[in-house]
Design a protein around this ligand. Structure first.
Ligand code: NDP
Ligand code: GO6
Length: 313
């Protein structure tokens, strides 16, 4: 198989580090951007050094130095950006416009993956404030990419297991509740849960695939499409005990936003679209789109009962 040269931007982040590992594991020449701004962040630096140990090449650059970005981009065929989403009002997603400028000037990139990896922002035109900012900004980046005629793939990765599965989709915790669990409405809306390592594997699979060129790739493997109730049942079966279920109405859930800080409000909005409106599954995968497990049936994706086992005592 022909190998690509890949640059990961945001490589020390939550999804970025998995993309770096998947790229190395697939045998691609893997460059990782080393931002000058990381300064004294010793964990980031040591992670970067461990990537180098595993075969990655570290490329120094800064978002405030256009030339450095152009030079970094010129050395590769594929750029994957995993810049952070809206956290605590820092709108990093729009910094990608600088990367788009550099890719446009370099003129050599065969495929660009902007930082998406969640809900499809093109379907979130009516999303509620303040969470909608994520989608608006991702759409602004898409517009710049398409205007510059940069070849792209948008990865719609649905619910990362770390944020949505260990906690049985509860807000404000990352571990399973012990006694009672909140159900969004009747808990019967279909969502999609994804192990983050599989998100990275499918992303890397798609980098040199003509079928994914200028398309959205939805990660929607059939056995990971399920309702919140079905996820809870898997946990109850593993544990051998039942949880007390409390249903939250749409109105009560939305009004819980009032008492929350900014990040909480973003979370409530996103959970509302996912668990009440069913925005991850209420459409067919159609024009200009593909489904990852159909494209790459050889990938043995992680099932959520398997994922949940790590939370057993
Ligand atoms: P992180 O918060 O882990 O941050 C990723 C990277 O962003 C950092 O490692 C850093 O790169 C870079 N970054 C942060 N601040 C700056 C800055 N000021 N200038 C330049 N780079 C910066 O991101 P996530 O992995 O959580 O998110 C990546 C994408 O995944 C987002 O689009 C997000 O919306 C999406 N997401 C989806 C989820 C889901 O359930 N589907 C869950 C969480 C996120 P460096 O390595 O250079 O330091
Ligand atoms: C994950 C979260 C979990 C928020 C997406 C608050 C963008 C997406 C599925 O960063 O706001 O407790 O699609 O208290 O397109 C955050 C966001 C989830 C994590 C959602 C996300 C998902 C971002 C919380 C919480 C577990």
């Amino acid at each position: 198989m022909v190998k690509s040269k890949v640059l990961v931007v945001g490589g020390t982040g939550y999804i970025g580090k998995r993309i770096v590992k998947a790229s190395l594991a697939a045998g691609h020449t893997t460059h990782v951007l080393q931002r000058l701004e990381i300064g004294l962040d010793i964990d980031k630096l040591q992670m970067l050094l461990s990537f180098k140990e595993q075969g990655a090449r570290l490329v120094e650059a800064s978002f405030s130095d256009h030339r450095s970005l152009v030079e970094a981009v010129k050395e590769v065929d594929v750029v994957i950006c995993t810049m952070s989403g809206v956290h605590f009002r820092s709108h990093n997603i729009l910094l990608q416009l600088k990367l788009v400028e550099a890719i446009k000037e370099a003129g050599n990139i065969k495929r660009f993956f902007p930082s998406e990896f969640g809900m499809d922002p093109a379907l979130m035109g009516d999303a509620i404030e303040p969470g909608r900012v994520t989608f608006d900004e991702k759409m602004e980046v898409r517009k710049a990419i398409e205007e510059a005629q940069i070849p792209y793939t948008y990865i719609s990765a649905n619910c990362f297991a770390g944020y949505f599965v260990g906690n049985l989709s509860q807000l404000g915790t990352l571990v399973p509740p012990k006694h009672k669990v909140c159900l969004y409405g009747d808990g019967n809306v279909k969502v999609v849960y994804m192990d983050e390592d599989d998100v990275a594997t499918y992303t890397i699979k798609s980098i040199d695939d003509p079928r994914t060129m200028n398309k959205t790739v939805y990660l929607r493997p059939p056995e990971n499409i399920m309702t919140q109730r079905e996820l809870i049942a898997k946990w109850e079966k593993l544990k051998g005990t039942q949880l007390h279920k409390i249903s939250i109405s749409q109105q009560d859930f939305l009004s819980s936003m009032k008492e929350m800080d900014y990040a909480g409000q973003v979370g409530v909005g996103h959970f509302y679209h996912i668990f009440y409106e069913g925005c991850l599954t209420n459409f067919e995968i159609g024009q200009n789109a593909e489904e990852a497990s159909a494209l790459y049936p050889e990938v043995c994706y992680t099932r959520m009962d398997e994922y949940l086992k790590r939370f057993l005592n």
